[in-house]
Design a protein around this ligand. Structure first.
Ligand code: ATP
Ligand code: MG
Length: 353
């Protein structure tokens, strides 16, 4: 009876990388109860699993809430190869359509014509802000040559965990993140051509286990090159956010990136004007929005906090939510979360979680 209660408590412990309850992942081999002492036999997916500490802490907290239990013996082992293969096969099986046309994940690609307009900074902060609303959020750094997301999110040097032939992405501020920066050492310049770029993006979408995401964000490189075209082909159902600065001259190139996205069938849903203020002139956001016939979804002011947060790896929406740029990004996240939740609501009858 009590061991059932312990199992029920363990069902609330979620593997932070795989994002599923440990009981569903067959990570709990046995539960026994002797008086007020529970013994839990846990098997981790791999040796040296970086999430082990979190899992053990959460197990301890969960089990000790069970009435009548006041001691826990946690025996930690590792899955055998066949056990791990079975798990990988099951995970693969459950996510065949994860990012396909039938996906229930909202996919937002963040693009711009010009470089340096703040795409990566905004995308990273937007991801953290969306995760803070309780949504499950993934972020793909699709800027293969100029990857910057690991730095902005403070996870330089972190690598995905391999479980069988799947990769579990590192998690930063609640966001599952994958970037080519996790596969090359800091000084290596990535100079691949189209086909290899395409394959890399494809692998990010198929071999990285994001779990059931509510939202997937993609940070694109500037311009309308190979990566933008690959994303367009691989994710024609993605929705596009176009980032521009306020200068009227920036509007032309920003409009072009929106038009290219449309050619692949993607829907442009709005414009984000960044670095809004007197310094850079005005009207750029409105001009792009008018030409693409979409709304300006947010205007993000120039902010020292936003820039410094990117330099130090502590996103401003997390470090200083009252910063004016953070306020604008959090409000954009609320807008996007509202349109995502509509879908998430419909998802419930299909896959209860
Ligand atoms: N609203 C803002 N206020 C102040 N600084 C900002 C703002 N937005 C972005 N920045 C800064 O501008 C620089 C460029 O930003 P970021 O790298 O995000 O641009 P990007 O569009 O992703 O660039 P690239 O095209 O090279 O990928 C960074 O130093 C960033 O901190
Ligand atoms: Mg960038």
């Amino acid at each position: 009876m009590t061991s059932d209660a312990v199992r029920a408590a363990l069902a609330h412990v979620v593997d932070p990388e795989i994002r599923r309850p440990i009981t569903e992942l067959d990570m709990v081999r046995a539960v026994t109860v002797d008086g007020s002492r529970a013994t839990v036999d846990l098997r981790l997916t791999i040796i040296g699993c970086p999430a082990a500490e979190t899992i053990e802490r959460d197990i301890r907290a969960a089990v000790l809430t069970v009435p009548g239990i006041d001691e826990l013996d946690l025996v930690v082992g590792v899955m055998t190869v066949p056990e791990r293969e079975a798990l990988v096969a099951r995970l693969r099986g459950t996510r065949t359509t994860q990012f396909g046309p039938d996906t229930l994940t909202k996919i937002y690609a963040v693009t711009s014509g010009k470089g340096g307009v703040g795409k990566s900074t905004l995308t990273a902060n937007l991801a953290v802000a969306l995760a803070a609303t309780g949504l499950k959020v993934g972020l793909i750094d699709a800027d293969v040559f100029g990857f910057s997301i690991p730095g902005i999110l403070g996870i330089v040097g972190e690598k995905p965990t391999k479980v069988g032939d799947l990769m579990m992405p590192p998690v930063a501020h609640g966001v599952s993140v994958i970037s080519i920066g996790m596969f090359v050492d800091g000084s290596t310049a990535v100079s691949w051509r189209g086909p290899l770029l395409h394959r890399t993006i494809q692998q990010f979408l198929t071999d990285v286990w994001f779990g059931d995401l509510d939202v997937l964000l993609l940070d694109l490189p500037p311009g309308t090159g190979d990566v933008a075209i690959s994303i367009g082909q691989l994710l024609p159902h993605a929705e596009v956010l176009v980032v521009t600065t306020p200068q009227p001259a920036a509007a032309d190139v920003a409009e072009r990136s929106g038009l290219v996205a449309r050619q692949t069938g993607q829907t442009v849903i709005g414009v984000i004007e960044n670095m809004t203020g007197e310094l850079f002139g005005s009207g750029g956001g409105d001009a792009v929005a008018a030409r693409l016939d979409v709304p300006v979804l947010a205007r993000i002011p120039l902010s020292v906090g936003l820039r410094e947060g990117g330099d130090t790896g502590t996103p401003v929406v997390f470090a200083d939510p009252s910063d004016p740029a953070a306020v604008a990004i959090l409000s954009l996240a609320a807008t996007l979360a509202a349109r995502t939740r509509d879908l998430a609501g419909r998802k419930l009858p299909i896959s209860p979680r």
